[in-house]
Design a protein around this ligand. Structure first.
Ligand code: SD4
Length: 331
């Protein structure tokens, strides 16, 4: 079977399964195509969802979408808001540093064509997600790291600046004197922003940006810039993005997994739950000690979110309605 037909079939089957109740009300309407188009009409576009309670960032993305902008511009500009927000100590400027006091950023972005760009271990540049977009659009590569990424950013006109704020420096200095301190993601540090949007044209894009695990070993990179782990977009199926302990997301290639599960017919909610299940059901999983959360959207505009522990939430803009929705959780 040709790839395109295969995708179409799988995705239409998915619609049937994912929204079975709604379909039941569609009386005797027959073909899968007809059913799918009825569902698509029911969904109001555009929409944007983000990990955690990031109202300003999501509002910015919504503004871009409302004015007819692309999902790609929306997720980039939305994430930029949080990258400049020095109060948020897990993203961009003001992010908590690594063990040695260096703020290092990871970010990626993915468009409706499946193109992607990513930066890892980027220093001295606030808008990591915009650098990732430049990698995607202006180079033949997908990923740039460290000094090379920084030099590339500067060559593209990004201004280098000190990312370690007084508040983050103070927190790091306090951390240094505490004996046996063990950072537990989501208790001491969370809010990494992952954002997924569908624009008025029905096209999907996503982005993710973070300063990573606070007080990490120098050189550590998490899931957030790894395409398939921290983020995955397939414009024919849907998209997913992760937050939490990146090592666990990478081990299960979480975001790609969710999109593939949606391709097989699972709803975004079911797919997020199964991806969390893959982490917690490992024989040696010590999931009680860390958090992972996922959000996802399918082509029909249905959304889902799930995490290991309670406390995770998703911010959603649709129909000019702004909601912060507590996510269901495993524990
Ligand atoms: C990481 N996933 O670097 C990121 C951190 C995060 O909420 O999402 N924190 O592992």
């Amino acid at each position: 079977m040709k790839r395109r037909n295969f995708i179409k079939r799988a995705s239409l089957t998915g619609v049937g399964i994912a929204v079975g109740n709604t379909l039941a009300s569609c009386a005797e309407n027959t073909s899968e195509e007809a059913k799918a188009s009825q569902i698509i009409k029911k969904t109001s576009l555009p929409l944007v969802i983000s990990t955690w309670e990031v109202k300003n960032a999501t509002a910015k993305a919504w503004e871009v979408l409302q004015s007819g902008g692309s999902a790609l511009d929306a997720v980039e500009q939305g994430c930029n808001v949080e990258e400049s927000n020095v109060i948020n100590q897990t993203v961009g400027k003001g992010g908590l540093p690594d063990r040695d006091g260096n703020v290092t950023l990871d970010a990626c972005i993915m468009d409706k064509y499946g193109n992607c760009g990513s930066v890892v271990y980027l220093q001295n540049i606030t808008h990591a997600v915009s650098v990732a977009r430049k990698v995607m659009e202006d180079t033949p590569h997908v990923m740039l790291a460290g000094k090379g990424a920084e030099q590339f950013a500067i060559s593209k006109g990004f201004q280098p600046e000190e990312l370690l704020t007084e508040a983050s420096k103070e927190a790091w200095e306090k951390w240094k004197v505490k004996a046996k301190y063990k950072p537990i993601i989501n208790i001491e540090n969370h809010d990494t922003i992952g954002m997924l949007a569908i624009d008025k044209g029905g096209d999907i894009s996503g982005a993710c940006t973070t300063s990573g695990l606070a007080y990490k070993l120098a050189g550590r990179v998490g899931d957030s810039p790894i395409i398939g782990s921290g983020l995955f977009v397939d414009n024919e199926i849907g998209a997913a993005v992760a937050t939490g302990l990146g090592e666990e997301v990478v081990k299960t290639v979480g975001s790609f997994l969710i999109v593939e599960l949606m391709r097989q017919g699972k709803s975004p909610q079911e797919a997020c739950e199964e991806a969390i299940g893959r982490i917690v059901s490992k024989p040696d999983s010590n999931y009680k000690n860390f958090q992972v959360g996922y959000i996802a959207v399918n082509k029909q505009g249905e959304t889902g979110s799930y995490s290991i522990h309670k406390g995770f939430s998703m911010t959603k803009y649709q129909d000019a309605k702004n909601e912060n929705l507590q996510s269901e959780h495993y524990t």
